[in-house]
Design a binder for this molecule. Structure first.
Ligand code: NAD
Length: 600
C-alpha cells in the first residue's frame, strides 16, 4: 500500500480558488501537451520533477473535525441555483462566457494525474495508472488515475467503517449543513465541472450545466426531506402513563456507491448525498469513463467539511474495486446505477450471509406512443429531443415510438424536420452542438451493428453512419438514426442500445401501442401524445413504467428533476419501487428502530 506523505486532508484543486478555511490544493500541474506524450512509466507515482504540486504543501498532519456551524453556510442558498434545467436548457450569455473560459482552463489541465481519496488523504494505491481517452478526440488523454485494486477498496471500506460511529451520532442538522455547503460548492464550480463533462463523456454545454444544477438540487431536496421529517424521528402514540414510543430511522453503517458515466455528477451526487444524509459513510466508485467528475464531487465534499473517512473515492474497474465492494462483509448497503446486466448481478450477490439493502437503478427501453389525437408537431419535437438528447445515452432516452396509422405519415415528416433543425452534431464544447460524440468504441460498434441489422431486416433507415469529417474524425461521432418499417418484434424494439437510434413502429390503436410498449423487460420511462382524456387515463392505468409523461415537447420520456418529477424504474429498470429525486428515496438508506421508553 502506498500512502501519500501529503497532509491528512487536502482539497484536490478547484480551478480558481480554495474555499476559505478548508484545506490545500492538490491539483497536479504541468504542461498537458508534454504529459500526453509521456510513456506510462513516466506517469503516476514516478513523478519526475516535470510535475509539481500547484502549491507546496506543508508536511504536517491535520486532524479534521466536524466544522462548527459558523464555518458553514447558515441558510439554504436556493437562489444561487440558476433555473437551467433539462426542460429549459436555457443558457445565458453569462453562462456562455464562463463556460468558454472553463473549457480553456480545463483544456490546459488535460492529461493530468490524479489520485484516489481514502480516509481524508490522497491515496495512490498499488495498481498501475490508466489513461482515459476523450471521446471527443481519442488521441487525447483526459486524465490518468490509479487502477484501484481490491486492497485499495478494502482500505477505503475500513476507513469508512472506522468513521461510521461518529458520523452516525452527529445530529442530522450538522450533516445537513455540510451537505448544503457541498451543494453550494458544486454550483460555484459548475462551469469547470461541465467542461470536464464535455472532455470525459462528450456532454454538451446546456445538458452538462443543467446536470450540475441537478446535482446541487438533489442535495438540497434531500436535505429538505430530512429537515421536514426531523431526521426521521417520529413520536408514536403513547402506550400508557409515563411511557413514550418513537419510530427512529437509523443509519446502516457503510454504503458502497457505484455510479455510471452518463450522468456522472448528478447520479453520483444523488446516491452519495442520500447515503451521507442518512448518517452512513460512503465508499464511492465512479465509472472509469468519468473519473475526473467523480473527483470533483469528492472535492466538493472535502471542501464542505466532510470528516475524514466519511467519504472515500476509489477508482478502478468492476472486476477489482466493484467486486470488493459487493463481496466485503463490512459493507452494509449498496446503491448502484447502471446497466441491467451488472445491476442484476449485484442484486443477487450482495446480500449473501444475511439480508442487506441493495438499491439498483438500471436501464430502459423507453417507448412513446403517438395516437390519432396527438398534436403532431408537439409529438415530433418531444420524441426527437428525448431520442437524441445526449446521443440517446440517457437511461430515459426514447428509443422506440409507436405511431397510429392515421397520423403516421404526418409524424414522419415532422420528425425528419426536427432532426434536421435540432440535431446539430459537433464538439460538445461548442455552443451550437446538440449531439456530441458517443462514449466509446463499444457504443460505435453497437450503433453500426444496429444500422446493419436494420437494413438487413427490411427497415427503412435514415442516418446510421459514423462521421469522419474534420474536426470530428478523431472522436466517436455519428449521425442520428431513425429506422421505420421493421417487424414490431424486432430486437431493435426491445434491447437497450444506448446510442442515438430510434425505432418507429406503426400501430392500429392505443391498445396495441400499450401492449407493445409493455413487451419488454424494462419499465423505466414512457410517454404519450394524445389530447383525449380517456386515452390518457388508459395510458396511466396500463403502462408499466416508473416515470411517465404526457404531451411533453421538452422530451417525450426525459427530464426528471429533484422534487419536481421523481425518477426510478419498474421491472428490470429498478429494484426498490421507490424513485430517486422523490419523497421516498432517502429513508431507504436507513433502518427503523422502534423505541419504547419507560419513565421521563
Ligand atoms: P455499467 O453497468 O456498465 O456500469 C455502471 C457502474 O458499474 C460503473 O461504475 C462500472 O464500473 C461498474 N461495474 C461494472 N461491472 C461491475 C461489477 N461486476 N461489479 C461492480 N461494479 C461494476 O453501466 P454504464 O455503461 O456505466 O451506464 C449505462 C447504463 O446505466 C445504461 O444501461 C443506463 O440505462 C443505465 N442508467 C440507469 C439510470 C437509472 O436511473 N435507471 C441512470 C443512468 C444510467
Amino acid at each position: 500500500m502506498v500512502r501519500s506523505r501529503l497532509p491528512a486532508r487536502h482539497n484536490p484543486g478547484w480551478e480558481s480558488r480554495s474555499v476559505p478555511g478548508v484545506g490545500e490544493n492538490w491539483l497536479l500541474t504541468g504542461t498537458s501537451r508534454a504529459l500526453a506524450t509521456h510513456s506510462r512509466r513516466d506517469c503516476g507515482r514516478k513523478w519526475d520533477g516535470k510535475l509539481k504540486f500547484q502549491r507546496e504543501l506543508p508536511q504536517r498532519r491535520v486532524v479534521y473535525k466536524l466544522p462548527t456551524s459558523k464555518k458553514l453556510a447558515s441558510k439554504p442558498s436556493k437562489a444561487k441555483v440558476p433555473r437551467l434545467t433539462y426542460a429549459t436548457l436555457k443558457v445565458t450569455p453569462e453562462d456562455d462566457r464562463a463556460y468558454d473560459h472553463a473549457v480553456e482552463k480545463t483544456r490546459a489541465s488535460l492529461s493530468n494525474h490524479f489520485a484516489m481519496y481514502v480516509n481524508g488523504e490522497r491515496w495512490v494505491g498499488t495498481g498501475e495508472e490508466t489513461p482515459h481517452m476523450s471521446p471527443v478526440d481519442t488521441t487525447v488523454a483526459v486524465s490518468y488515475f490509479p487502477r484501484g485494486t481490491r486492497e485499495d477498496a478494502k482500505a477505503a471500506i475500513d476507513a469508512a467503517r472506522d468513521a461510521s460511529g461518529k458520523w452516525s451520532e452527529e445530529p442530522y442538522r450538522n450533516r445537513v449543513k455540510i451537505l448544503r455547503k457541498a451543494a453550494d460548492l458544486l454550483i460555484d464550480h459548475r462551469y469547470s465541472i461541465s467542461a470536464w463533462m464535455a472532455w470525459e463523456v462528450g456532454k454538451n454545454r446546456a445538458e452538462s450545466l443543467a446536470e450540475v444544477n441537478e446535482a446541487a438540487e438533489l442535495i438540497r431536496y434531500y436535505c429538505d426531506q430530512i429537515e421536514e421529517n426531523k431526521g426521521y424521528t417520529h413520536r408514536m402514540e403513547s402506550p400508557g402513563p409515563n411511557q413514550t414510543t418513537y419510530s427512529v430511522l437509523r443509519p446502516y453503517g457503510v454504503w458502497a456507491v457505484i455510479a455510471p458515466w452518463n450522468f456522472p455528477i448528478a447520479l453520483a451526487t444523488g446516491m452519495t448525498a442520500a447515503a451521507l444524509l442518512g448518517g452512513n459513510t460512503v465508499v464511492f466508485k465512479p465509472s472509469s469513463e468519468s473519473r475526473v467528475v467523480g473527483y470533483e464531487l469528492t472535492r466538493a465534499y472535502a471542501d464542505a467539511g466532510i470528516p475524514r473517512g466519511v467519504f472515500n473515492l476509489v477508482t478502478g474497474p468492476g472486476a477489482t474495486v466493484g467486486a470488493e465492494l459487493q463481496e466485503n462483509q463490512k459493507v452494509d448497503g449498496l446503491v448502484f446505477t447502471g446497466s441491467l446486466a451488472v445491476g442484476l448481478g449485484l442484486y443477487h450477490t450482495f446480500a449473501k450471509s444475511y439480508p442487506k439493502p441493495v438499491i439498483t437503478e438500471m436501464g430502459g427501453k423507453n417507448p412513446a406512443i403517438v395516437t390519432g389525437k396527438a398534436k403532431i408537431d408537439e409529438a415530433a419535437e418531444g420524441v426527437v429531443r428525448a431520442a437524441f438528447g445526449f446521443g440517446g445515452q440517457k437511461c430515459s432516452a426514447c428509443s422506440r415510438v409507436y405511431v397510429e396509422k392515421t397520423v403516421k405519415e404526418k409524424f414522419m415528416t415532422a420528425l425528419s424536420d426536427y432532426v434536421k433543425k435540432l440535431v446539430v452534431v459537433g464538439e460538445p464544447t461548442r455552443k451550437e452542438t446538440f449531439l456530441g460524440p458517443l462514449i466509446n468504441q463499444a457504443s460505435i460498434d453497437t450503433y453500426l451493428q444496429a444500422a446493419e441489422e436494420a437494413k438487413r431486416d427490411g427497415g427503412t433507415l435514415t442516418g446510421g453512419t459514423r462521421l469522419k469529417n474534420e474536426p470530428l474524425e478523431k472522436g466517436y461521432f455519428v449521425e442520428p438514426a431513425v429506422v421505420d418499417n421493421l417487424p414490431l418484434n424486432h430486437r431493435l424494439f426491445k434491447d437497450e442500445l444506448f446510442v442515438p437510434f430510434l425505432a418507429v413502429g406503426t400501430i392500429e390503436s392505443l391498445d396495441e401501442g400499450l401492449r407493445l410498449a409493455n413487451e419488454t423487460e424494462y419499465g423505466l420511462c414512457a410517454g404519450i401524445y394524445s389530447h383525449d382524456k380517456a386515452e390518457l387515463g388508459k395510458f396511466f392505468e396500463n403502462i408499466q413504467a416508473g416515470v411517465i409523461y404526457t404531451n411533453r415537447r421538452a422530451g417525450a420520456t426525459t427530464g426528471a428533476w429533484p422534487g419536481v418529477n421523481s425518477f426510478g424504474g419498474w421491472k428490470g429498470s429498478g429494484s426498490t419501487g421507490k424513485n430517486g429525486l422523490g419523497l421516498y428515496y432517502v429513508p431507504q438508506f436507513m433502518h427503523e428502530q422502534s423505541r419504547w421508553i419507560v419513565g421521563k
